[in-house]
Design a protein around this ligand. Structure first.
Ligand code: FAQ
Length: 325
């Protein structure tokens, strides 16, 4: 449906302007906020960057849950810094999105009403400390796999935001792997926790790349506009190829009995995630959807007095300035 909406909105654009825009994209030029762009390009960017920003913000919740229970002071400091980084990523991305003519309040309203999505992965619970390892290793690992190519995306503010985000995500991935190493080399009970975390986060991590290419609604148009650089399946395959040897190094088993190295394609064959589960999570029926959205709505409501205070102060300053003129 969204694809149809984009098409009809784009069809209002002047064909000559559309052709020139496409030529700019094909030459590898960056599109900047005040330049002309097709309405469909603007809308799909708001959708993708907005959802990406929401993911960073909602994504703080599963790990925030463990800050008070981190096993050492050092682990607590590292986790706190990581969660703060995710807040920063959300803020850069909201700012990038605002350059497209949408306000932050509108984006929040759409998140809270369920009109905009955030990544499916954050609707799964974090049950043990090993989940902090699995999230850093797998979830940040999948995020990097997706975001490194986005540094070359055609929209300038989004591409530039990605540069810093990717640097920070690399640190997140390493800290997650370091937790997994510690657990995997620990007592049998700790190793079992690490294996259990891998078992629970493996398929949800594969789902982060989106539905299969055959089911993807936006890939064709967005790749033509270089908003997306790779297809969902390409990135998923790359992620599996890189992650399986890391699991082997940890002495853990990827929970997929069909996982095999395929010499011909120089990559692993692997089982697809349960796509019914994925679409159920997108519809709001995942294990933690209600809890996550509830937490964000509550934060918004709790901040009402503060936003009102800021606005009242700004109004007062403006009145004083006018009186002094
Ligand atoms: N979850 O046509 P496609 C992070 C939706 S950042 C929910 O293939 P597209 C950092 C999609 O929106 C993680 N919805 O869509 C961190 C569309 O629905 P719509 C977020 C999903 O856009 C780590 C429909 O399915 N990263 O984790 C998902 O071409 C640790 C059809 O799909 C980004 O957002 C999903 N997994 O490709 C933070 C990266 N997949 O909108 C804290 C930027 C698909 O029409 C802790 N985004 N959908 O209603 C992208 O690269 C793309 O948007 C994709 C999806 C690849 C996610």
């Amino acid at each position: 449906m969204y694809a149809q909406m984009i098409k009809s909105e784009s069809s209002n654009d002047d064909p000559q302007a559309l052709a020139e825009f496409q030529a700019r994209i094909d030459r590898g030029e960056r599109i900047e906020p005040k330049e002309w762009m097709p309405e469909g390009y603007r809308k799909t960017l708001i959708r993708q960057i907005g959802q990406h920003a929401h993911s960073e913000i909602v994504g703080q919740l599963p790990e925030g849950n463990w800050i008070t229970r981190a096993p050492t002071l050092e682990r607590k400091q590292i986790l706190l810094a990581k969660v703060q980084d995710e807040a920063g990523h959300g803020l850069y991305l909201y700012s990038a999105c605002e350059t497209l003519g949408v306000t932050r309040d509108e984006l929040f309203e759409k998140l809270h009403s369920g009109a905009m999505k955030y990544s499916s992965i954050f609707n799964y619970p974090t049950l043990t400390w090993a989940d902090m390892g699995a999230i850093g290793w797998l979830v940040d690992g999948a995020a990097i796999m997706n975001q490194v190519p986005l540094q070359r995306t055609s929209y300038g503010p989004y591409a530039r935001a990605m540069v810093r985000i990717c640097k920070e995500e690399s640190f997140h991935q390493r800290q997650g792997y370091s937790i997994m190493m510690k657990m995997a080399q620990g007592t049998p009970a700790q190793k079992e926790m690490a294996q259990d975390a891998l078992n629970r986060f493996w398929y949800p991590s594969l789902m982060m790349f989106g539905p299969s290419d055959a089911e993807s609604v936006h890939s064709t148009q967005n790749m033509a506009w270089k908003i997306k650089i790779n297809t969902n399946d390409e990135l998923r395959q790359r992620f599996v190829n890189e992650t399986v040897p890391q699991a082997e190094y940890l002495g853990l088993t990827v929970p997929d009995e069909h996982l095999r190295w395929n010499d011909d394609k120089q990559g692993y064959d692997f089982s697809e995630p349960d796509w019914d589960e994925f679409f159920e999570v997108l519809k709001g029926n995942g294990p933690c959807n209600e809890e996550r959205l509830g937490a964000r709505r509550k934060a918004w409501d709790d901040g009402q007095w503060f936003r009102e205070g800021l606005s009242a102060y700004a109004d007062k300053q403006a009145t004083r300035r006018t009186a002094a003129e």
